[in-house]
Each structure stands twice: as structure tokens, then as C-alpha cells.
Design a protein around this ligand. Sequence first.
Ligand code: FMN
Length: 190
Amino acid sequence: MGQSMDTVPLRNAIFGRRSVRAFSPDRIDALTLRALLAAAVRAPTAMHGEPWQFVIVQNPELLKHLSQRAIEGLAADAARLGAGRDILSQPGFNVFYDAGSLIVICAKSDGQFAQADCWLAAQNLMLTAYAMGLGSCVIGMAVPMLNLPGVKLELGIPPESTAVVPIIVGKPRSESWPAARHEPQIVAWR
Ligand SMILES: Cc1cc2nc3c(=O)[nH]c(=O)nc-3n(C[C@H](O)[C@H](O)[C@H](O)COP(=O)(O)O)c2cc1C
């Protein structure tokens, strides 16, 4: 699934991408996932450290189970969520929005810039997904759950690694338009 990314200019990807939260049931194939990861690892990386590791979850039962665990954890700490807590109690809410694929970018070191490197890789991945006709969304809500020792064990994340960026990917169910942004706030230009 997906299309060649050569047809989408970078500017269109940057200005056209938006977070997608509704997906068609088709699952992304291995070739497409590998293309996304190949783009991810082209990101700049401090001291050429390449501290990233990737976990891919496509098993629908496992995704549901992980969503449930995330919801349980978040509900226990609902005060911190503010307005976001209402969504947790919606019947059938899935923190991964029933996407067919979850890619978790993990940092294998706790170096100063390891997490920054993972985020840069994440942006490469998401822009490439857009260029291939796919939708993506960072699921920050899932980070605490993914770092529980039992979940790391279940997913094969080494104990010394940290899950940094969970990203869902899939074929968007419908067309969407970019979310607005404020003008860049320049606080100094000397
Ligand atoms: C660090 C981070 C965490 C996020 N966590 C979630 C999340 O848990 N659930 C969700 O639906 N969207 C999440 N998002 C997506 C943001 O809501 C989205 O990027 C923002 O509303 C701007 O919209 P856009 O990406 O369509 O431009 C997250 C984005 C970032 C960068």
C-alpha cells in the first residue's frame, strides 16, 4: 500500500501533513514500513550516534490490549490530563484510533540528545508517510504505558531502552486539511 514518494514535493508534505485519527482497515505492507524506517534513519543524529530502535506492532489484539493498558494508566492519573480525560471514558475509545500499525521509536541510550534524535527521525517518518499517501499521528498518551517494564518485555524493547515516540500509521479514511498555525513568533532578530 502507499505510493511512490517521489511525486510529492517536500513543501507539499510539510504544509499538507496533518495528524490523522481515522483509518481505512487496510494494513500497511512490510515494504512500505521499511521505506518509512529508511527515511526515519536519515535524520540528523548527534555525534552520529543513531540511538534509535524501532518496534512495529500490527497485531490487532495486541494493539487493543496496549490501548486498554494506556487508558487504565491515564485514568489513574486523570487530573493531569485536564480536558483530555473526557475522551478516556468514551465507550470503545482506542488511544491508537484503531490504526493498523504502530511504530514505536525507542532510544537505546540515555545520551543528551538521544530523544531529540528520535523526534527528528519521527518527523522524517511522518513526512514520508504523507508523501506516500499515508496518515500518521504521534500518540504521546501511550508513552508512559510503553515504558512499563512488563510492556517493554512483552514488546521486546530492551530494558535499558526508552520508548520515545509512538506513531500510528495507516491509510486515511478520508481527506483532511492541515491544521492552522500561528505566525512564527520572532522574539529577537538582531
Ligand atoms: C509530542 C506529541 C504528542 C501527541 N500526542 C497525541 C496523542 O496522544 N493523541 C492524539 O490524538 N494526538 C497527539 N498528538 C498530535 C497533536 O494533537 C497534533 O500534532 C496537533 O493537534 C497539531 O495538529 P497537526 O499534527 O494535524 O498539525 C501529539 C503530537 C505531539 C507532537
